[in-house]
Design a protein around this ligand. Structure first.
Ligand SMILES: Nc1ncnc2c1ncn2[C@@H]1O[C@H](COP(=O)(O)OP(=O)(O)OP(=O)(O)O)[C@@H](O)[C@H]1O
Ligand SMILES: [Mg+2]
Length: 224
């Protein structure tokens, strides 16, 4: 489902060069759950952005569902992302001027799909009673559940989550995590999740560590 070949990503600022990713190669099967660990600045978000087609590699190839993202035009990539990718951010990123229901309907509308599914997803994450509420009235855990519903409502083939429980207390974190695991398994979605949490990592089929832009499987060196 996901094939990364020799990815590198170098940021340039004036004379300064920062190699955020170095020769990253990885293959993830359909329906697999992969956890990505690593200290701050190790390149985790950079890698998610490349997989999601938000950003392009400096060298290397990103192939998702047999499509080579780095050979697409920007427009093609936007369409691809809209249809195939779900993204869950650490800080939820809900649209404040839309209600809970409207937030979850948005990916459906953008893809010309039936908006009916939004209600089903809200029901699954236990937020039907909040459908007409605005996001700023919700707790962190509730907002993250809306974000999960929004990320999965259009049945993306790839779900990318950047520290989805990073801003939640232990109890909300557990709830969000259980829900994410269930939904991903039911839909057969391929999930790459960035995390600092052992609990989240335990959800994964495989765990990788980014160390200064290089991908390794040395989890024994991780400080939790
Ligand atoms: N837009 C950018 N311009 C310049 N440098 C960047 C940019 N985005 C990231 N970087 C640099 O690339 C490196 C990797 O950043 P990245 O955001 O991928 O780290 P991360 O592992 O997600 O860290 P965190 O756990 O703190 O979120 C860092 O050194 C960062 O400063
Ligand atoms: Mg990050």
């Amino acid at each position: 489902m996901i094939q990364l070949h020799n990815l590198s990503r170098t940021y340039r600022e004036g004379q300064c060069k920062r190699e955020a990713l170095r020769s990253v190669s990885l293959t993830v099967a359909r329906g697999e759950v992969v956890a990505l660990l690593g200290r701050s600045g190790s390149g985790k978000s950079t890698l998610l952005n490349l997989i999601g087609g938000i950003d392009l590699p400096s060298t290397g190839e990103v192939i998702i569902d047999s499509q080579v993202l780095n050979r697409m035009s920007e427009y093609e990539r936007t369409l691809f992302r809209r249809r195939r990718v779900g993204f869950i951010y650490q800080f939820f990123n809900l649209i404040p001027t839309l209600t809970v229901l409207e937030n979850v309907q948005l990916p459906l509308e953008l893809n010309f799909l039936d908006v009916e599914r939004a209600d089903q997803l809200l029901d699954k994450v236990g937020l039907t009673d909040y459908r007409d509420t605005y996001p700023d009235r919700l707790s962190g855990g509730e907002q993250q559940r809306v974000a999960i519903a929004r990320a999965l409502v259009h049945e993306p083939t790839v779900l990318l989550a950047d520290e989805p429980t990073g801003n939640l207390d232990a109890e909300s974190g557990r709830l969000v995590l259980g829900l994410l695991g269930d939904l991903v398994r039911v839909q057969g979605t391929t999930l790459v999740v960035v995390t600092h949490s052992r609990k989240v990592a335990e959800l994964a089929d495989r765990i990788f560590v980014l160390d200064d832009g290089r991908l390794t499987d040395r989890i024994d060196e991780v400080i939790w």
